[in-house]
Design a protein around this ligand. Structure first.
Ligand code: SAM
Length: 351
């Protein structure tokens, strides 16, 4: 390395003069970007948080040429994660590529809120079934599966490319036995007989930028990441409002929906959740600057969508619910199992 110090210094200067980090990738500096690219050129790819403990190896002539190319691509705007094919999320090393959005630091707020909820559900119910909508590279789905062994996760994304990358990530992390991925427009590919009233937790990091504002995204994002990952329709909330409408049919009573929201969207989203009659106990989670970035809400236990039909005297205090349509018509038949047993969860749950 010492003999290659001039090369390091020259490339560092090039990055310092010609490249600026984006606010949504706060970890990146010229120094650690160059170290990550150096290791990529040496065929030892790692994400920035894993640079510690990696000495920079001596590069042969071919690897030095490759490093020059990587630095030039970074200066021209190719995201670091697309060059290293690695991205850290929630302490886990993911594979990254142009097939799906690069996981962002801010989404760790959603993952943390969802993991807290998941762990309390596991305490109450034993094994927990999670559905992660808009799964992208599988970062939220797989972070939950990695940190909580007593759950199974199904991640869904409308993009077949994203589903391919998420499946590779599940393999890469050895989690394919508990995390699977399917292509679906939100919940449309989830069969009612297998999922209606059967899910304990739904998570979602939707696209939530208005279509007009996606035209103003920095080139590094606009030219390298799919618009599908950002475009939330004319007002930015097209997917969020659909999730609030569609999730209750799939969630058990007294179960949870956790969503990332854009800065400033929290009050409207909380209002929609409360007005939906399907949710109560709306919790908000803030970033370090005090802005709400994730919202978690619990489905009502005994309101219109599920009627308790016993007094909670079942073994372990669990209750039996009968699923209803909004007009109290019972759901039944082959399509939907109309009896659901739910373990008790205290009122203080999730607060
Ligand atoms: C903001 S990205 C989130 C990706 C990943 N969960 C993350 O946190 O990095 C939104 C994702 O939603 C997907 N998406 C957009 N519309 C969708 C829809 N109608 N149904 C399912 N997925 C959708 C996009 O393909 C994209 O992968």
């Amino acid at each position: 390395m010492t003999t290659q110090f001039p090369l390091f210094g020259e490339l560092l200067e090039r990055l310092r003069l010609n490249w600026r980090a984006l606010p949504d990738k706060p970890d990146e500096t010229p120094e650690n970007t160059l170290r990550a690219l150096w290791l990529r050129a040496a065929n030892e790819p790692v994400s920035i948080p894993r640079l510690d403990g990696h000495d920079l190896p001596v590069l042969n002539a071919a690897a030095q040429t490759h490093l020059w190319e990587l630095v030039n691509q970074r200066v021209k705007g190719t995201p670091l994660a697309h060059l290293t094919n690695r991205q850290d999320f929630f302490g886990i090393e993911f594979l990254a590529s142009s097939e799906a959005m690069i996981p962002r630091k801010e989404t760790e707020i959603l993952a943390g809120a969802a993991l807290g909820t998941l762990r309390r559900l596991v305490q109450a119910r034993g094994h927990v079934r999670v559905v992660d909508l808009c799964a992208g590279s599988g970062n939220v789905s797989l972070a939950l599966a990695a940190h909580e062994p007593n759950c199974s996760v199904i991640g869904a994304d409308i993009s077949p490319d994203a589903v391919r990358l998420a499946r590779r990530n599940a393999e890469h992390l050895g989690l394919s036995h508990r995390a699977r991925f399917l292509q679906s427009d939100l919940l449309s590919a989830f069969s009612a007989s297998e999922f209606a009233g059967q899910v304990d937790l739904i998570t979602c990091n939707p696209p939530y930028i208005s279509s007009a504002r996606t035209e103003e995204l920095p080139l590094e994002i606009a030219e390298h990441e799919s618009k599908l990952a950002f475009d939330g329709g004319p007002l930015g909330v097209k997917i969020l409002t659909r999730v609030i409408r569609e999730a209750p049919r799939y969630l058990k009573p007294e179960s949870w929906l956790a969503m990332e929201v854009g800065v400033g969207q929290d009050k409207a989203v909380a209002r929609w959740l409360e007005r939906s009659r399907a949710f109560e106990d709306v919790e908000v989670h803030h970033d370090s600057e005090g802005r709400v970035r994730a919202i978690v809400a619990r489905t009502v236990g005994t309101a219109w969508r599920a009627r308790a039909i016993d007094d909670g005297h079942r073994p372990g205090g669990s209750r039996l619910f009968q699923l209803c349509e909004q007009d109290e018509k019972l759901l039944s038949g082959d399509e939907t199992p109309n009896l659901v047993e739910v373990a008790p969860v205290g009122r203080e749950f999730g607060r």
